[in-house]
Design a protein around this ligand. Structure first.
Ligand code: ZN
Length: 502
């Protein structure tokens, strides 16, 4: 590292370490913290979040940054930087600019509104009554719109929100891809719906303690390092990291559906391998951090779906699953494979299959644009939501709990986040094609239980790089194609044509 950068890096590392303390406490809150501690924990979390923000926006930090970059443009002053250091400084400047753009008083008000709104969203969902949430959603939208104005935008405020989660993403770039995806998926779905449904897997019971053991086993097979990570149980599966040497994942188990826990484990395992694969020597800098949410999601989708719902994977692991779970003992391979790949439109995004999943995202993407571009009133959203489900998936949610109230994202103001899930599927498909051509025997190797080959390749070509390159550049160089829906459409069409004999 260039000597002139060291004081800045040292300060940044301290801030990242403070952030890790915040992550440890919130991981604990979701896993082991006793219920009664919620208030004291919230106070501790907000104290640390404030310390991080203050330190990142302090005069000391600004002065350190000023010594190495032009504070207005982010252009580095030093001539003898490596391309990685050059890129690192631009990313440090971007993060600093975003943290400093929002006035402290706005940040405080927004964060307090977020917790109130999340609380009322939960109440509304339990009571199945959108009107409890509506006034808070209205305020969250207004403040999020203000946030977009602080960040600055072109064409639509929604672009500022997209850019926050997937740097560089715009509606101009995404809409054509999403439209072509929709045009390919909906007819395929209609064709599949004319076919008979496959029989489902036995309803168990699947012992939860054995499911936990099986999840540990699968994670070890993927190359998850248990001396640098843990698996625990929470209501909603998630991954959090304190350092590449300490990555925590959670999953949940359902006694009547063994695949729920397995999918959760493989998905979060994919995220976790990314975090364990980052370069510890670059910890605290953008070069030691994941490049974007879309790329992060490509890692989880690759493991959960492209590998974890493939015939090769289950030809190897089904016998072991069957000996662990007696209810599956007599299920033939072909029936098992069809059952785990059954296509069935559902109301709930997180329960949906690989084909219809993206339709759930497209609906949210379209509604988010209507909110921020066309300022459609909050009262009209549930009706609009239901219309779109009818139009795209052919089903109308029976109530708002199965409709607009299902996801936490909007209550937190996370507008612009959903599209990163579909970008993850696109990138995963492009990577899968690349892997198949890099390793002609890949599927045979997976069938023999060799998952380390994939893990090794991802680590070398993606994980170790951190933010060395922007997401789109990284993927274009690696896969030989720009971001597009093509690889995904071709993968999904081929897969379901084969499964449904189309
Ligand atoms: Zn994910």
């Amino acid at each position: 590292m260039h000597a002139a950068l060291l004081p800045l890096i040292k300060e940044l590392t301290t801030i990242t370490e403070l952030g890790s303390i915040h992550s440890v406490l919130s991981w604990d809150q979701e896993t082991y913290m006793p219920q009664g501690a919620i208030e004291s924990r919230a106070a501790a979390l907000s104290l640390i979040a404030g310390l991080c923000h203050d330190r990142h926006t302090s005069q000391t930090f600004t002065d350190l940054l000023k010594t190495v970059v032009d504070i207005q443009t982010g252009q580095p002053f030093l001539a003898d930087l490596s391309p990685q250091e050059h890129r690192m400084l631009q990313e440090i400047h971007r993060d600093w600019r975003m943290a400093n753009t929002l006035p402290t008083d706005f940040v405080t008000r927004y964060s307090s509104l977020q917790s109130q709104s999340q609380y009322h969203w939960q109440k509304a969902r339990q009571a199945n009554d959108f009107s409890i949430f509506a006034p808070y959603l209205d305020k969250v939208i207004a403040m999020t719109r203000q946030k977009a104005d602080y960040f600055g935008w072109q064409y639509t405020p929604y672009n500022a929100l997209l850019d926050e989660y997937e740097p560089g993403a715009t509606t101009t770039a995404l809409t054509p891809l999403f439209t072509r995806l929709k045009e390919a998926i909906i007819p395929l779905l209609h064709t599949i719906q004319k076919k008979d449904a496959f029989s489902a897997l036995p309803k168990g019971p699947y012992d939860k303690a054995i499911q936990l053991k099986f999840s540990h086993f699968l994670l070890r097979e993927m190359g998850f390092e248990f001396d640098h990570g843990r698996l625990d149980i929470s209501t909603h599966p998630f991954t959090t990291q304190f350092h590449p040497t300490d990555v925590r994942i959670t999953t949940r188990f359902n006694e009547s559906d063994v695949m729920e826990g397995i999918s959760g484990t493989l998905h979060e395992g994919g995220h976790a391998l990314y975090e364990q694969g980052l370069d510890p020597a670059r910890f605290g800098t953008p070069l030691g951090a994941a490049v974007s949410l879309g790329i992060h999601e490509s890692q989880s989708r690759l493991w959960e779906n492209f590998i974890g719902k493939s015939p090769a994977f289950w030809q190897h692991y089904l016998p072991q699953l069957q000996s662990a779970f007696p209810p599956l003992a007599n299920v033939p391979f072909a029936d098992f494979y069809q059952a785990i790949n059954q296509v069935k439109p559902s109301f709930i995004r997180v329960e949906s299959d690989e084909l219809t999943y993206n339709l759930h995202i497209l609906i949210r993407y379209e509604i988010e644009q209507l909110i921020f571009q066309d300022q459609i009133p909050v009262q009209e959203l549930p009706e609009l939501w239901n219309q779109k489900y009818e139009e795209y998936l052919g089903i109308t949610p029976p109530d708002d709990a199965h409709g607009i109230l299902q996801d936490v994202h909007w209550s937190m103001g996370a507008f612009g986040y959903f599209p990163t899930y579909t970008l993850g599927n696109f990138y995963a498909a492009q990577l899968w094609e690349t892997l198949l051509s890099a390793f002609p025997a890949l599927e045979q190797n997976i069938q023999n239980g060799d998952l380390i080959q994939v893990r090794g390749w991802l680590k070398t070509h993606i994980h170790r790089l951190g933010k060395e390159k922007p997401a789109e550049t990284l993927m274009a160089e690696l896969t030989g194609q720009p971001l597009s829906e093509k690889a995904f459409v071709s993968y999904i069409t081929k897969k379901y044509n084969q499964i449904y004999g189309l």
